[in-house]
Design a protein around this ligand. Structure first.
Ligand SMILES: [Mg+2]
Length: 261
């Protein structure tokens, strides 16, 4: 564990959590709760994570939300929790909550056409193997490819699409392992803002994530919660602390459970 923001004390955080009226725990999935695996559909949580999440959800006094770029169905299967938490799939384009059930956005026809042209372009440019077609966007994956090839794919995608997306509601964004096209209004920043918007100043919150897209969430959280980068190695970040998974992450979640009950 490393404290990056010297104004932060974990002891004070958990003391505040203990007496908070509302507790909000926001969690990224890939790279945070689960390790990266070459097979994306087998990225199950680290041992012990499922159990501690079940306990926090079961205790019933934390609003626990998993916020991921993955599809909701994927996320639900990989999490494998008996008691479903609040989930934000596809960065929030799809949602599940106990009160509202499953909900999702719908793109206008022009946006759907634009996404189809990107898929056609990928096929014509030999990028089909890298392409993942998502319900609300597409991702070009390059994890495991040589550095030079990764840069090449990034350049190809950017030069073909960056400007063409300018006047649309889609945007390009990099993630750890590729580049994706998705709605510019649906991102982890808006997810965090929307979750916190229901509260006054009567909550204690934390957001845990590992990726570039989580930096948006950290920025949205600002000084209103604890920003936790889950990562084995340091990288420049807006986070307050770094936890190395899985041990330090499990410790953190156990302390959360203890403080909340
Ligand atoms: Mg992640």
């Amino acid at each position: 564990m490393r404290i990056l923001n010297q104004g932060i004390s974990l002891d004070s955080f958990f003391t505040a959590l203990n007496s908070a009226k509302h507790r909000i725990l926001m969690l990224d999935f890939d790279g945070t709760l689960s390790p990266f695996t070459p097979e994306r559909d087998r990225a199950y949580p680290y041992p012990g994570i499922k159990e501690i999440l079940e306990k926090i959800i079961g205790a019933g006094n934390t609003r626990l939300a998993v916020i991921s770029g993955r599809q909701l169905s994927d996320l639900e299967n990989l999490l494998g929790l008996k008691n479903l938490p609040e989930m934000w799939g596809c960065h929030g384009a799809e949602r599940f909550s106990r009160n509202e059930g499953y909900t999702s956005i719908r793109y206008p026809e022009s946006t759907r056409n634009l996404l189809s042209s990107i898929i056609d372009w990928a096929e014509k440019n030999d990028l089909s193997d890298n392409l993942e077609i998502k319900p609300f966007g597409v991702a070009f994956h390059w994890r495991g490819f040589p550095d030079a090839r990764q840069k090449e794919i990034e350049k190809e995608v950017e030069s073909a699409w960056k400007h063409r997306l300018d006047n649309s509601d889609l945007e390009l964004r990099k993630f750890d392992g590729g580049i994706e096209v998705g709605s510019r209004n649906i991102n982890k920043k808006n997810a965090v803002t929307s979750i916190l918007s229901r509260y006054k100043n009567d909550y204690t919150a934390a957001y845990l994530g590992d990726d570039y897209t989580d930096e948006d969430a950290f920025n949205a959280l600002g000084g209103k919660g604890l920003k936790v980068l889950v990562r084995k190695n340091y990288r420049p970040t807006a986070a307050d602390i770094i936890l190395s998974p899985p041990e330090e992450l499990l410790n953190f979640l156990n302390r959360w459970l203890k403080a909340a009950t």
